[in-house]
Design a protein around this ligand. Structure first.
Ligand SMILES: [Zn+2]
Length: 161
């Protein structure tokens, strides 16, 4: 099998890409023209491609989420204290969480969602720096820094992700 195209599609930042697996000199993942081009040193196989893709997703998630933090930080900087760290993890049921140690942990799969959804999750967690609970004050703050967040939340929940 030199190259194969798979029916299932994979998401990145809200866009669908189909999967093409080929053999080559180096393991790599590239996005172009609507395709995930996965190159494997070994005989191309879906398992190997899956492993490589999940590494790729993790690396992109880490990059994108840190960019998101930079983008969203000015909205909350005046009340949020020092900037938290970002950690990226595979999680079953949550998009994000905030620890006592000021680390925002985000689900790797969130990088499959459109940027506005990532912004929403990050901003939500950043608002917890001021209000740790889901009190009325928390939602008031979220409304102020992120107007229309509920529509974005809905989009994320309808989720293709
Ligand atoms: Zn929350």
């Amino acid at each position: 099998m030199r190259c194969s195209v798979h029916g299932e599609s994979h998401l990145y930042l809200g866009k669908h890409y189909r999967l093409k697996i080929a053999q080559g000199d180096e393991n790599s993942v590239k996005l172009s023209r609507g395709f995930f081009h996965v190159t494997l040193r070994d005989e191309p196989n879906p398992e190997g491609a899956k492993k490589l893709l999940s590494k790729w997703y993790w690396a992109k998630a880490s990059l994108q989420f840190n960019n998101t933090l930079e983008r969203c930080w000015p909205r909350v900087a005046r009340f949020a204290g020092s900037k938290p760290a970002i950690s990226v993890k595979q999680m079953q049921k949550r998009w994000g969480s905030l620890s006592d140690k000021r680390t925002v942990t985000l689900n790797t799969n969130l990088v499959k969602a459109p940027k506005e959804c990532i912004d929403y999750v990050v901003t939500h967690e950043l608002c917890h720096l001021k209000h740790p609970d889901h009190s009325a004050e928390f939602y008031k703050l979220l409304d102020t820094v992120s107007p229309g967040w509920d529509k974005v939340k809905h989009k994320l929940e309808l989720g293709m992700v």
